[in-house]
Design a protein around this ligand. Sequence first.
Ligand code: PLP
Length: 353
Amino acid sequence: MEDTLQITINKTLQSRVQNLDYNNIQFAREYSDHMLVTDFKGGEWENPEIIPYGNLSLSPANPAIHYGQSIFEGLKAYKHANGKISIFRPKANYNRMNVSAKRMVMPHIPEEIFMDGLTELLRLDQKWVPDVDGTSLYIRPFLFATDEFIGVRPSQDYKFMIITTPVGAYYSKPVKVKVETHYTRAVKGGTGYAKTAGNYAASLYPAMLAQKDGYDQLIWTDGQNHELIEESGTMNIMFILNDALVTAPTGDTILDGITRDSVLTLAKDWGMKVEERPLSVKEMVEGLESGALKEAFGVGTAATIAHIEVIASDGIDYKLDESGRVFSQKMLKALTDIRLGLAEDKFGWNYYI
Ligand SMILES: *Cc1c(COP(=O)(O)O)cnc(C)c1O
């Protein structure tokens, strides 16, 4: 199959791109003209098709709906001042998607389908990549079960798809977060390290409770004792504590974020002290009280860097001063400049289409 991959392209007759208001782009309100679709049937991948974006027809006995055999990825494409379009570290997303697939007993996605499919789709829909400050094209690859069977077992057939959507800022201002000590996002031996649908469904209720109390997101703690800091919402979380960059080590309860890796790589390159180690809520609160903890921020593709202005723990709101955001501001600018081709791409992160 490797050397016979053919992507069939069926173009839309009516592009919708002229309706896109580039100066007023919100998060994922409109979807680009085309989508990539490939079926895995009878143990084999069929050749991918690019077709006009639209609804799917599925069996009501689809196991992804009933039991959540479904995984996804999230990455972004940027338009440079010279008109070139680059995708940020897509092979890292490709690799991680197959890690998720393995955990959910889903078939390995061939690199050609993912990478060539992505490239062709973006070439076709390049007008959808916005170029206004702070905007990008969010790319959502996903894989889900398609058998018509409601028995609990791994599906035999699957569908792999990619859709894209122009996005602006995910959070328009710094976020308020609350340390969660009752609900759990991920447990040892569970699926926390996989980008699988059910993880996100399970996080909605505790996040909603925090929002009712005026917080934007949660800081997840370990499922056993709720003492160690894991992630924030759907982002990895980092701190500047005693002038070191501190973040939890990856493991089966923590998503191995590509933004996390990019931030750690650049920080090390700058000669900064980087500590990937367990950080307890207690140590964080002590740092907030003493002033040794100067910055806290979430890192992820959707928000890139989300500055945290309030952390609530045990009913106390700890404020983080805006003037302290030295590292996170510098990092945000460095990442943005690399992605837009304004700074040297030392690590070869930009993938040009
Ligand atoms: C996707 C995701 C992240 C961030 O990963 P990136 O590759 O940086 O986008 C972090 N935590 C969770 C739970 C996620 O789903």
